[in-house]
Write a protein that binds this ligand. Structure first.
Ligand code: NAD
Length: 333
């Protein structure tokens, strides 16, 4: 198969080349994201491989359908950036990496939580400047605190298990409650309980029309005052401007995010010499109690290996006309 891989970095090439060594697909790497301006690059390829911020909307898919491409392979779990109904209409098969390492993302969420609570980001800067004052660095014990896990799927369950190890009480929320979550010895929250009791809220549900801004001004106003929020899922789950207002008033005690609503314009590149024109993002960075990482929660050796092996395997299945183990089926709205 001729495969066009968009939004590639050095590490993508390294891991995809290793996974492809025995499969032998002809891969062309593009630094550019897939979007309306770049879709013409894909014309002659049987498959395109895309990542979290590539845009496979109806317009891009229509343009893509005029070329040879018939397979869209996402090298990620979330698929909110693909218009699945349009993909089906234009005859594309779409695959993703259903699961790789839920540990990579859950462990990063825990790292963010620990850093935010114990102000590690501030301590790191201070000690490098020989400032050993503890003023402003006080955190709280995680032991005995209530942690809400919103989205109790693969990543949410690993996160819950780690928090249980800290001696936290874990409560969950999910549109589809699962016995696997309850098997951890935890339970789903009663209506209103997350707002009333959670000291920490961690988001692990996918971004869908239903979950867009699931954390908005109303949800934040109902949260326990001073609660910490961690979002390693998708930026669109959180209404960033509402979060800024809640941080300003102290209603939200701290925010740690690996994902951001407008991250496509920022993340995965070095903008350290540029002027950032996104004022909302700049406002976030100005808070001492906000930590941002640039969509790196998945970024472990184990995760990248599995992502690339699964992607190459899916392309192989498609080439051989086999059933696609990781196909995403469009659902009528
Ligand atoms: P999963 O499918 O195993 O779990 C998602 C859970 O969310 C499911 O239990 C589902 O029932 C639940 N859910 C769906 N709609 C909901 C709703 N309206 N309200 C509440 N819960 C709802 O997925 P996963 O592997 O645990 O991944 C979760 C998300 O993590 C992905 O969708 C992706 O957006 C994000 N992710 C981020 C990174 C990163 O690097 N930051 C990496 C991988 C995944």
């Amino acid at each position: 198969m001729n495969v066009a891989v968009f939004s590639t970095k050095r590490y993508d090439r390294e891991f995809l080349n290793a996974a492809n060594a025995s499969a032998g697909h002809r891969i062309t790497y593009f630094d550019e994201p897939l979007e309306r301006e770049t879709v013409a690059l894909a014309g002659e390829y049987d498959a395109v491989c895309i990542f979290v911020n590539d845009k496979a909307d109806a317009g891009v898919l229509e343009a893509l359908s005029r070329g040879k491409t018939r397979l869209i392979a996402l090298r990620c779990t979330g698929f909110n950036n693909v218009d699945l109904l349009a993909a089906a209409r234009f005859g594309f098969k779409v695959v993703r990496v259903v699961t790789y390492s839920p540990y990579s993302v859950a462990e990063h969420a825990v790292a963010l939580l620990l850093a935010l609570n114990r102000k590690i980001h501030r301590a790191y800067n201070r000690t490098r400047d020989s400032n050993f004052s503890l003023e402003g660095l006080m955190g709280f014990d995680l032991y005995g605190k209530t942690v809400a896990v919103v989205g109790t799927g693969r990543i949410g369950r690993v996160f819950a298990r780690i928090m249980l190890g800290f001696g936290c009480e874990v409560i969950g929320y999910d549109k589809h409650p699962s016995a696997e979550f309850e098997a951890l010895g935890v339970r789903y929250a009663q209506p209103g309980e997350i707002g009333a009791r959670a000291d920490i809220i961690s988001l692990h549900c996918p971004l869908t029309p239903e979950t867009h801004h699931i954390i908005n001004a109303d949800a934040l106003s109902r949260a326990k005052r001073g609660a910490l929020m961690v979002n390693t899922s998708r930026g669109g789950l959180l209404d960033t401007e509402a979060a800024i207002e809640a941080l300003k008033s102290g209603q939200l005690g701290g925010l740690a995010i690996d994902v951001y609503e407008q991250e496509a314009d920022l993340f995965f590149r070095d903008l350290s010499s540029e002027i950032i024109s996104d004022d909302v993002f700049q406002r976030l960075l100005a808070f001492p109690n906000v930590i941002v990482t640039g969509h790196q929660a998945f970024f472990t050796q184990e995760a990248l290996s599995t992502i690339c092996e699964t992607t190459i395997n899916s392309i192989g299945e498609f080439a051989a006309g086999q059933p696609l183990s990781n196909e995403i089926m469009a659902q009528a709205p």
